[in-house]
Design a protein around this ligand. Sequence first.
Ligand code: SAM
Length: 265
Amino acid sequence: MIGLMVERDVGVFDRDPEAYHRARPGYSDDVIDFVVEGLPVGARALEVACGTGYATLPVLDRGLSVTCVDRGARLLEFVAERTRGRPIEFVCARFQDFEPEPGAFDLVYVAQAWHWLGYEGTGAREDRHARVARALKPDGRLAIIQCFVHNNWTEADDLYRKHWPGTGEGGGDLLPAAERLERMRAEVSLGGHLVPTEVRTWRDDRTYTAQGYVDWLATTSDHGALPPDVQHPFFAAIKKRIEEQGGTIVRPYEVCVIRARRRDG
Ligand SMILES: C[S@@+](CC[C@H](N)C(=O)[O-])C[C@H]1O[C@@H](n2cnc3c(N)ncnc32)[C@H](O)[C@@H]1O
């Protein structure tokens, strides 16, 4: 059978920020506390790829000021509407085109987007490491939040084969946790600009209703990019399968935060 090639589409996130925000969960207090741990009230944070602000509002709530950079204009408007009067500023740009104020930030953080920065070409993806290092104060911190789902939903393999031939459920990260963390450390060290310092992980299983699950799939850059004539019947079949299985599906998630410092800091 001929496979259906779907290019991941970064534009999916900016298409409908309300729908994105409804379909995705935020981050627990433990995760955000670890990101800002030890930073004083009034510290300056640069959040790269803020999306709808799931990691922005809790950082503002902890007393930091935030500069948000995201390529999505609608996403930034969504966050701006919810943060009026707070110490926040916005830059609509791709991170690879953004030149941060050198040595200005106590914290640079990125939630579920590190892998996107530079994805669209224009220069090496490793450029983001040097750019982050330039933005940080000498004793500043990078924190990357990344979520992993631990298995593929094999009960739906037949639906994937039928509607989206040539792919599996995808998104599942089947590496053992220790190996995945080792890869994250190695990745952050690329180019020699940053040194990983601590990593912490939290189990965060998520239960979805049939509608909630397809709403979530629609916010992902691969499922969300499927053409409507493929996506609609495929999502209808997924919903039916979840309803037949009792109406909910549990996905085993893990949230990881890796912190790093400037090598020369
Ligand atoms: C999966 S969303 C994560 C959003 C948010 N941080 C969260 O945790 O919900 C990915 C985000 O990365 C942004 N993004 C992707 N590539 C980017 C780039 N090169 N520069 C800046 N933002 C980018 C998208 O616009 C989107 O907001």
